[in-house]
Design a protein around this ligand. Structure first.
Ligand SMILES: C[S@@+](CC[C@H](N)C(=O)[O-])C[C@H]1O[C@@H](n2cnc3c(N)ncnc32)[C@H](O)[C@@H]1O
Length: 396
């Protein structure tokens, strides 16, 4: 019985969509900037509003976008630059940048590979989302599925195909839209609310705990960027981390198994729990370098060792804390050259990892330190300490 009810509701939703598709320009412009009449849930008490499917079929040069969210968030989203000024979207966006190709890879489904040599910082792929969905646990899976079906159905045909061709976690055709979303979406904040966003091209990038690429999402332009974090030769697989690579082996494995249903067999994971020794050393070094008391054992050698550890672990995209520690360490012993070198590397690494999420105030402080390390609080701080330590203790 439930199945047939589900079918009827589903058909009704689609009928309204089809009707809208056949309406004349006046009718469609009634919902501008949306291409169709929004399809909405009941008011959801804990959200304080209904959730509706909003589709703009011409977004990003005809790629289209469907957003399942509250009326208020949808309205706020339409004030974002890409809804108002085509020129803010780079012409390279959503196009084949010539940097990658996809092909099947054993035990991982499809993967993305480098087509040409890539340097650290190169943008590999930049895309806008085709689906953005409010992250909620309020609708039943069957209900949620119906709205997501409308969202996908209303997209231009090639975009719809791109979504439907993506892989699933469970292989459950009853909730196919959600199953695809589970395997492929990235979390994105829209007006302070967590949403899940699907970007079909970078969705082909597999996971590695020592990834050679990193992604960040610029929420102002709704753009997902994937950039190389180390040189990548042609035909090497491009990888990103689905989980925090600084977590322990067991934590990483648990998360990947539970959320994505696969066992990670990357180089770091093949070492099993013994690979955590490097993380322990890394944490101990960071604790030591973060110790600014008179008893601190922090040294330049420790800072250099910390950087090498990150690099040896393949954590090239996560080097910013190590570079920050090194910049402070060199400053603290009065080395302008060392401080400047590592501030430059730290700023570059922060911008690479966080993109538009990088804290501008924080970056401003580092850049200020670069201009004149001697004005920074860390300047000769450890020298003063060691001098203080050398001084005979006053007799009580
Ligand atoms: C975002 S998709 C990546 C592209 C996917 N391989 C495909 O065929 O479209 C995520 C899914 O890819 C697979 N996957 C990703 N990284 C993997 C890895 N390191 N080992 C095995 N499977 C992986 C898992 O099935 C996961 O749910």
């Amino acid at each position: 019985v439930e199945d047939s009810l589900y079918q009827i509701d589903f058909q009704q939703l689609f009928q309204s969509v089809e009707l809208n598709l056949n309406t004349d320009a006046d009718e469609t412009s009634r919902y501008a900037p949306w291409s169709f009449k929004p399809v909405c849930t009941q008011t959801l008490p804990s959200v304080g509003s209904e959730l509706c499917v909003y589709t703009n079929a011409t977004f990003a040069n005809g790629r289209g976008i469907s957003i399942f969210t509250t009326t208020q968030i949808a309205e706020q989203t339409t004030t974002l630059p890409p809804f108002n000024d085509r020129d803010v979207l780079s012409p390279l966006l959503n196009t084949d940048s010539g940097a990658w190709y996809t092909q099947p890879i054993s035990n991982k489904g499809i993967g993305m590979f480098a087509k040409r040599p890539l340097r650290r910082g190169d943008v590999i792929v930049a895309t806008t989302p085709v689906l953005v969905a409010y992250s909620e646990n309020l609708l039943s899976p069957a209900e949620r599925e119906r709205y997501l079906q409308v969202a996908i159905h209303q997209l231009p045909a090639s975009t719809r195909e791109a979504y439907l061709n993506l892989t699933t976690v469970h292989g459950n055709p009853e909730i196919l839209m959600q199953d695809i979303a589970a395997a492929n979406t990235f979390a994105i904040q829209l007006h302070g609310q967590k949403h899940l966003a699907a970007f079909p091209e970078p969705s082909r990038i597999n996971h590695d705990c020592a990834p050679n690429a990193q992604f960040h999402i610029d929420t102002a332009t709704l753009t997902h960027y994937v950039r190389a974090v180390r040189p990548i030769p042609p035909d090497e697989e491009i990888s990103i981390a689905y989980t925090n690579p600084l977590d322990t082996y067991a934590q990483r494995q648990r998360y990947l198994r539970q959320s994505f249903g696969f066992e990670c067999t990357c180089r770091r994971c093949r070492r099993g729990g013994s690979g955590d020794d490097a993380l322990d050393e890394l944490n101990a070094l960071q604790a030591s370098l973060g110790d600014w008391t008179a008893e601190s054992k922090a040294s330049v050698a420790q800072a250099e060792r910390l950087i090498k550890l990150y690099q040896d672990q393949g954590l090239d995209g996560y080097l910013d804390p190590a570079y920050c520690h090194a910049a402070l360490m060199y400053s603290s012993v009065g080395s302008v050259k060392g401080a400047r070198k590592y501030v430059d590397l730290a700023v570059d690494a922060i911008e690479l990892r966080l993109g538009s999420y990088a804290d501008q105030d924080d970056l401003g402080v580092w850049k200020e330190m670069r201009r004149d390390p001697s004005k920074h609080w860390s300047w000769k701080a450890r020298k003063k300490q060691s001098r203080a330590e050398l001084k005979p203790k006053p007799k009580l």
